[in-house]
Design a binder for this molecule. Structure first.
Ligand SMILES: O=C(O)CCC(=O)C(=O)O
Ligand SMILES: [Fe+2]
Length: 334
């Protein structure tokens, strides 16, 4: 198994530190994004109690009956995802052509063994959210609180990137509002070792996310892996080390475009947790996680920002809107 320890940055130094601490934390964050496409943060502003509450609602949501979840089913298509996505709907394997190239031939489609709930900004009029209000009172209220908190944390990370890249204040932040991010709760059902051994099933296939950055929390079981860039196409488990509530942050496709190819997306997958890797039979237990896809405002261009365009490095991506780009990428999933 590949071992890679991702840098752990004390983000409290950026939000509440001295000017020197702020500068240093911003630089550490940007350096880790450039090197790994990933960073781990502590003191990010999401408390241990809040993360525990995420797991409670995650469990409650996925404990609902199929019939209840069906009432808020997400129809596959290019639009932003809203409501419940059943197992087999979203196929991350299609995002990278290497997945199919490396898979066993003629064994059928490469599927994700997961379910998820997705929502956009509270009160989104363009792509309305779908909440199970009759069946799960209190869920919408919690999710909306979580969305606002995650959006605020992400805006602070953008401020740190502005400092780290020496960009004018607000250069990134102004492109992210009004919010168009997406919040996701995930449930990975128990899966047999035998089924995984077919080579056509994974909890999530190697992929990049579509937004600017993604914030991630996972339960104690683990399983998230990031690509080890020193050895492309190999993956290393992302494991907490500090005893504090760590948030994993990865860079995503929009950031690559904005920075004209400078910040590459952090490729990741969800694998069998390290402690269970030698299991020969039986089941890998269920897993819960949650991600916040921090996105650009829908009307903003996801072409390169002037700061990253020079005569020597002309723009390598066209100017299309964040919503057009989102549709283009989401379409691939189905
Ligand atoms: O569950 C995880 O740890 C990762 C999920 C993920 O990568 C995604 O939903 O895009
Ligand atoms: Fe992802």
């Amino acid at each position: 198994m590949t071992v890679l320890q991702l840098p752990l940055v004390d983000f409290g130094h950026f939000t509440h530190g001295t000017p020197e601490q702020r500068e240093r934390a911003a630089k550490q964050l940007v350096d880790s994004f450039l090197k790994h496409g990933f960073v781990r943060l502590k003191n990010h502003g999401v408390s241990r109690e809040f993360v525990e509450e995420i797991w409670e609602w995650d469990r409650r949501f996925f404990s609902m009956s199929e019939e209840q979840k069906m009432k808020i089913l997400h129809p596959p298509g290019p639009d932003p995802q809203r409501g419940w996505s059943r197992k087999g709907l979203e196929t991350t394997s299609k995002i990278r052509k290497e997945n199919a190239a490396n898979a066993p031939k003629d064994k059928g489609e490469l599927l994700d063994e997961k379910e998820h709930f997705d929502c956009g900004p509270p009160g989104d009029a363009e792509f309305p959210n779908k909440f199970p209000n009759e069946d799960l009172p209190g869920f919408q209220e919690f999710i909306e609180r979580y969305f606002r908190l995650a959006q605020d944390v992400s805006l602070n990370i953008m401020r740190a990137c502005e400092v780290g890249f020496g960009m004018p204040e607000n250069a990134l932040v102004e492109r992210c509002e009004p919010a168009a991010s997406e919040l996701r709760l995930l449930y990975y059902p128990p899966v047999s070792v035998e089924r995984l051994a077919t080579g056509t099933i994974k909890r999530a296939w190697p992929h990049s996310d579509f937004g600017i950055i993604t914030l991630l929390f996972q339960d104690g079981l683990g399983g998230l892996e990031c690509e080890d860039r020193s050895n492309p196409f190999t993956f290393a488990p992302v494991t907490p080390t500090s005893g504090e509530v760590e948030m994993v942050v990865n860079t995503s496709d929009t950031f690559e475009r904005w920075t004209n190819g400078v910040v590459k997306p952090g490729i990741h997958q969800v694998n069998v947790p390290p402690a269970l890797r030698n299991l020969q039979e039986g089941y890998i237990p269920e897993r819960y996680s949650s991600v916040f896809f921090f996105k650009a405002h829908r009307g903003v261009s996801v072409g390169p920002i002037d700061h990253f365009v020079t005569e020597k490095h002309p723009a390598i991506y066209p100017d299309i809107t964040a919503l057009e780009f989102h549709r283009e990428r989401t379409h691939i999933l189905y």
